[in-house]
Write a protein of this length. Structure first.
Length: 307
């Protein structure tokens, strides 16, 4: 069945024109997906990993050992006390320091802050080393590693969406201010510009979130002390799954925006045609009535042709 063109869409009813525009967009999307099977297959594999990949389940004995090692390596209380000492020492240093100078009292608090920062870094390194030894017992392909990677991705994903929402809110505010001062611009143009800015903000925010996750993934994998093959497999699978999830979210946004604009445009075009025909109908009837009044009564409407 041939797809309707722009002229044929304008000749349909508004509802039929909107549905036809969305149908054309869906068929075009399917055609592009079939034309690039490698990209489509990678995307489908990534989504399958997002939904079904949970990691290998460890035995109860290994799980108990892991929990005990994690509790033994926990140094949250000493770390919080060391962090408080660092904040207090730095606060005293700021109070004792001048604009462009640092006397003996300032130097003393500066040295105290440096020693407190070294103690804090040492405690954190000890905790990280203990947690790394505990994680090595379960492995990077375990359910613990997969769960930690999922939590890291969703935190980064939520941060990217929060960034996009804040930027879109400010863009909407300034767009309204600009529109209030310019009367030569239509409301449709303002809405379309804000829609494009919204898509740009979410693209920037989610792509940035993906980059942050991939950067953190390197340290996450290294904390489990895996072998080269296991590290490569886990990194590739996690990166593919995260990329597929971000691509799916952005594709859904772009597709909804494009289909909405196409449907509204097709419906508006069809409605404009109907209104134009409705306005033209009374003028045609008036012209016909005027022509009938100008003809003499009793004479035929058309003069017979003589030869």
């Amino acid at each position: 069945m041939a797809q309707p063109n722009n002229a044929q869409l304008a000749n349909l009813d508004p509802g039929e024109a909107a549905a036809s525009a969305v149908t054309i967009l869906v068929k075009a999307t399917v055609t592009v997906a079939k034309a690039h099977p490698k990209i489509t297959g990678s995307w489908a594999l990534g989504l399958a990993l997002v939904v079904f990949a949970t990691g290998f389940r460890v035995s109860d004995e290994v799980a108990r050992t892991y929990e005990a090692d994690v509790q033994a390596a926990d140094l949250s209380e000493p770390i919080s006390k060391a962090a408080a000492r660092v904040r207090r020492a730095r606060s005293l240093q700021r109070e004792a320091s001048g604009w462009f100078s640092c006397d003996d009292r300032c130097s003393y608090h500066k040295a105290e802050a440096a020693r407190a920062a070294e103690d804090l870094a040492e405690l954190r390194n000890r905790e990280d080393a203990g947690l790394s030894d505990a994680k090595r017992g379960v492995g990077v392909l375990s359910e613990y590693a997969v769960g930690e990677a999922r939590d890291s991705f969703w935190r980064a994903f939520a941060g990217g969406k929060a960034f996009a929402k804040r930027q879109s809110m400010w863009d909407l505010l300034f767009t309204g201010l600009r529109f209030s001062g310019r009367r030569d611009e239509s409301t449709v143009a303002v809405v379309l510009r804000w829609l494009v800015q919204l898509l740009f903000n979410f693209t920037l925010g989610l792509c940035g979130a993906l980059g942050v996750f991939l950067w953190r993934l390197r340290a996450l994998v290294a904390s489990y002390q895996p072998g080269p093959l296991a590290a490569l497999a886990f990194t590739a699978a996690a990166g593919l799954a995260a990329t597929a999830m971000v691509a799916t979210y952005l594709f859904a946004m772009y597709f909804c925006a494009a289909s909405g604009v196409a449907a509204v445009g097709a419906a508006a075009s069809a409605q404009a045609r109907i209104e134009a025909e409705r306005r033209a109908a009374p003028r045609c009837r008036v012209q016909q009535q005027q022509q009938q009044r100008q003809q003499p009564f009793g004479q035929p409407r058309y003069r017979p042709r003589t030869y």
